[in-house]
Design a protein around this ligand. Structure first.
Ligand code: FE2
Ligand code: FE2
Length: 246
């Protein structure tokens, strides 16, 4: 396995590893700036591959921030490996994430971000949004790069396969197919539909992202607001109904 590197927005590098057994990509996003920021650590067992990808862009020991959405192996499983390689690196995630799991799991204390708080890493300003249970997990949150309007959207827009790094084509259609196929898969019920799912997605749409950095599948460049609103509609129509296999 190897990590495929592509710049999907100014200084935002997508490191993509295709997992043939799982039939999906695991994508990490490195923002190269004064204080380099990595979104998702990648799986612990993929760490040497992710490390090689990061090393092709920056000196990995200079990594400053490790962000992620929620506590899962693809999001933060290799956190301690990164903390070892980069002596000044620190995890950043939701307050819930820090107190419920991360500060016990991580070898160095994480920084908790409040909803709406901004992390300045140099040219880029990253706004943190607490998004409980979107895409899933009580601790979930997302980062929005206000500088170039890139939403690091974790598992939202999930689609399988090994597609191109960046597309202007229809990622919503791909995500819709995955949501429908997912209803009957062994991994069903990954996303709960809660009383605040729709309002959370609308809040993300209102950020008007130009680029959607997708963890599994192609990233998207274009009308991010429209794409998120379309996704919200699909999620409501499928996961929001009691008969949707729940
Ligand atoms: Fe996840
Ligand atoms: Fe994921």
């Amino acid at each position: 396995m190897q990590s495929r590197v592509a710049e999907i927005a100014p200084d935002v590098y997508r490191l993509s590893t295709f997992h043939s057994e799982g039939g999906m990509q695991f994508n990490q996003f490195l923002i190269k700036d004064d204080e380099p920021f990595l979104m998702h650590t990648g799986l612990k067992k993929m760490f040497p591959i992710t490390l090689e990808g990061v090393a092709s862009i920056i000196d990995p020991s200079k990594l400053r921030w490790v962000g992620f959405s929620h506590f899962e192996s693809d999001e933060c499983g290799a956190l301690n490996e990164w903390l070892r390689v980069a002596p000044h690196a620190q995890a950043v995630c939701s307050f819930v994430g820090t107190v419920v799991t991360v500060n016990d799991f991580a070898d160095r204390e994480a920084r908790a971000l409040q909803d709406g708080e901004v992390l300045e890493i140099g040219r880029h300003r990253l706004r943190f949004l607490a998004t409980p249970h979107v895409p899933h997990g009580w601790d979930a949150g997302l980062f929005f790069d206000e500088t170039d309007r890139t939403l690091l959207c974790s598992d939202l827009f999930f689609h399988p396969g090994n597609p191109e790094p960046l597309t202007e084509a229809d990622v919503v259609g791909r995500a819709r197919e995955s949501i429908i196929a997912g209803l009957t898969s062994p991994l069903a019920k990954d996303m709960p539909y809660t009383p605040y799912t729709d309002s959370t997605l609308r809040r993300l749409a209102d950020l008007e992202p130009r680029t959607l950095a997708v963890m599994h599948g192609s990233s998207f460049h274009g009308d991010g607001r429209g794409a998120i609103l379309d996704l919200a509609k699909i999620i409501k129509e499928t996961l929001g109904k009691p008969e949707a296999g729940f």
